[in-house]
Write a protein that binds this ligand. Structure first.
Ligand SMILES: O=C(O)C1=C[C@@H](OP(=O)(O)O)[C@@H](O)[C@H](O)C1
Ligand SMILES: C=C(OP(=O)(O)O)C(=O)O
Length: 417
C-alpha cells in the first residue's frame, strides 16, 4: 500500500509548461518482444520507463540467460506482458509458470491459451480454467498453421500471436472471429513488424504471416499519447494553458493520438511545432453527443471525467472491454463520479453521463482501484476542487512513473500523505 497524493492548485489556474513524456508502453513492449523473437537482430531505442515495460525487459533478459528448467515469470499488473509472453514462452525451451497480480488472475487468457494449444503449445491453467497463472512447456512442435481467435475481447491476443508468427515453422494465419476491438493496436503491431522486415497479408478476417527472417533494424519508441491525454484534460480544465509535449507526433502508431481531435471539440487546440506539439485552451461549445471509444479504450477515463467536469451529458459506446482491464473501469468510474454528483448509466451498451447534479466539494478523495488511469484521469479535477486526494499514488508507475513530478513542474502542489 503506497501513500495517497494530495493535489491542489493555488491561485489562477494558468499553466505554462513543457513536459517530456516517457515512451509508450504499448510500443515498447512490442519492440521488446520483437527484439527477443529476432534473437537480437532488432534493437530497441528510447525504452519506456513505464513499470510494465521495465518488467517485461527484465523478464526477457532473465529468460535468455537461464537454463531451461522450471522458472516462475511474474508480470505483476502488466496485461501486455502477460498476453505477449503467453504466446512467446511456448516458442522457447523450458518450463514456465507465468503469473501476475491477484487482478491479473481475474483477467481472461483462455482465448489466447486455447488458440495456442490448437497449434501445438503445451499450456495448462495452474489455478482457474481460462485465467492466469499458466504452466507452459516449450518449445512447441507446430502442428497447424491456422488458428481461430476471437477479436472482440482483447486485441492483445492477436498482437501476441502475430509477433511469434514469423518464427514458427509454418508461419501463422489468424482467422479473426467477431468484431475486432482496439484495432489501432493490431495495426501498431503489424507496422512495427514491418519495420523489422516482416510482411503480412490481411484479407477480410484473416491475417497471415509466413515464416521469415527479421532484418537488422532499430525500433524507436515514441512518447506515450495515452499519457498525453491527461495533459489535454488539464489544458481543457485550466483557465489558461500552454503545454508543450516534445517529440509527440501527430502521425503516430498509437491510436490514442485520437485524443487530439476529440479534445478539439472540448476546446483544446493542438499546434505542431518544430519539437513536438503544444496544447492551448480556447472555448468551444461542442455538440458531439455520442463518442465511440472502441479504438481507444485507454482514453475512456480521461474523456469521461473531463466531460463530467465540463457538465456535458455525453454518451459513449465501445466501452465493453473496460470491465476486464486493471479494474472494472465502468464500476470504478461510477463510484468515483458519484462523489461529484455525476452518474454514468448504461442502456443497451450506450453509456450516458448525467451531470445535472455536478458539484465540487472542497475536498474529495478518489479511490484508484489499482488502476493508474483512475489516478491520472481524476487528478486534473484539482483545477476545480480545492483539495483532491488520489489513493495509492504509486499506481501511476505502471505507465507514467513521472506523473506526480510532472504535475509539480506544471504548478500543482502534490503531497504524499
Ligand atoms: O496492445 C496493447 O498495447 C494494448 C491494447 C489495449 O488492450 P485491449 O486490446 O485489451 O483493449 C489497451 O487497452 C492496452 O492498454 C494496451
Ligand atoms: C489496459 C491497460 O493495460 P494492460 O491491458 O496492458 O494491463 C492500460 O494501460 O490502460
Amino acid at each position: 500500500m503506497s501513500k495517497h497524493a494530495l493535489v491542489s492548485f493555488t491561485g489562477n489556474t494558468k499553466i505554462h509548461t513543457e513536459i517530456a513524456l516517457t515512451g509508450s508502453k504499448s510500443e515498447c513492449n512490442r519492440a521488446l518482444i520483437i527484439s527477443a523473437a529476432s534473437k537480437g537482430t532488432v534493437k530497441v531505442d528510447n525504452m519506456s520507463i513505464a513499470a510494465d515495460s521495465v518488467t517485461l525487459d527484465r523478464i526477457l533478459k532473465q529468460i535468455s540467460s537461464t537454463a531451461p528448467h522450471q522458472q516462475t515469470v511474474d508480470v505483476g499488473p502488466a496485461g501486455t506482458a502477460m498476453r505477449f509472453l503467453t504466446a512467446y514462452l511456448p516458442t522457447l525451451p523450458g518450463n514456465f509458470l507465468l503469473t501476475g497480480t491477484e487482478r491479473m488472475k481475474q483477467r481472461p487468457i483462455g482465448i489466447l491459451a486455447e488458440a495456442l494449444k490448437t497449434i501445438g503449445a503445451e499450456i495448462s491453467y495452474a489455478e482457474k480454467e481460462g485465467f492466469p497463472p499458466l504452466s507452459i512447456t516449450g518449445p512447441l512442435p507446430q502442428s497447424k498453421g491456422t488458428v481461430k481467435i476471437k477479436g472482440d475481447i482483447s486485441s492483445q491476443y492477436i498482437s501476441a500471436l502475430l509477433m511469434i508468427a514469423p518464427t514458427l515453422e509454418q508461419g501463422l494465419t489468424l482467422q479473426i472471429e467477431g468484431e475486432l476491438t482496439s484495432l489501432p493496436y493490431v495495426n501498431m503491431t503489424l507496422n512495427m513488424l514491418e519495420e523489422a522486415g516482416i510482411s503480412h497479408n490481411w484479407d477480410g478476417n484473416n491475417i497471415s504471416i509466413k515464416p521469415q527472417p527479421f532484418k537488422a533494424a532499430t525500433l524507436v519508441v515514441e512518447p506515450d499519447w495515452s499519457a498525453a491525454s491527461y495533459w489535454y484534460s488539464i489544458a481543457c480544465l485550466a483557465n489558461e494553458a500552454e503545454i508543450s509535449l516534445p517529440y509527440l507526433k501527430e502521425q503516430s502508431l498509437q491510436g490514442d493520438s485520437r485524443i487530439r481531435s476529440i479534445m478539439t471539440a472540448f476546446g483544446v487546440q493542438t499546434a505542431t511545432t518544430a519539437t513536438g506539439i503544444t496544447l492551448s485552451s480556447s472555448t468551444t461549445d461542442f455538440t458531439d453527443a455520442i463518442l465511440d471509444l472502441k479504438d481507444c479504450p485507454d482514453l475512456a477515463q480521461t474523456i469521461i471525467v473531463c466531460a463530467a467536469a465540463l457538465k456535458k451529458n455525453l454518451s459513449f459506446t465501445g466501452l465493453e472491454t473496460l470491465k476486464i482491464k486493471e479494474t472494472d473501469r465502468i464500476k470504478a468510474l461510477q463510484n468515483e463520479l458519484a462523489k461529484i454528483g455525476v452518474t454514468l448509466t448504461e442502456d443497451n451498451l450506450v453509456y450516458t453521463l448525467n451531470c445535472d447534479g455536478l458539484h465540487f466539494p472542497d475536498r474529495v478523495t478518489f479511490g484508484t482501484y489499482e488502476d493508474h488511469r483512475m489516478a491520472m484521469a481524476f487528478a486534473p479535477l484539482s483545477l476545480l476542487i480545492k483539495e483532491v486526494v488520489l489513493e495509492e499514488m504509486d499506481v501511476v508507475e505502471k505507465s507514467y512513473p513521472d506523473f506526480w513530478k510532472d504535475l509539480s513542474k506544471a504548478g500543482f502542489t502534490v503531497a504524499a500523505i
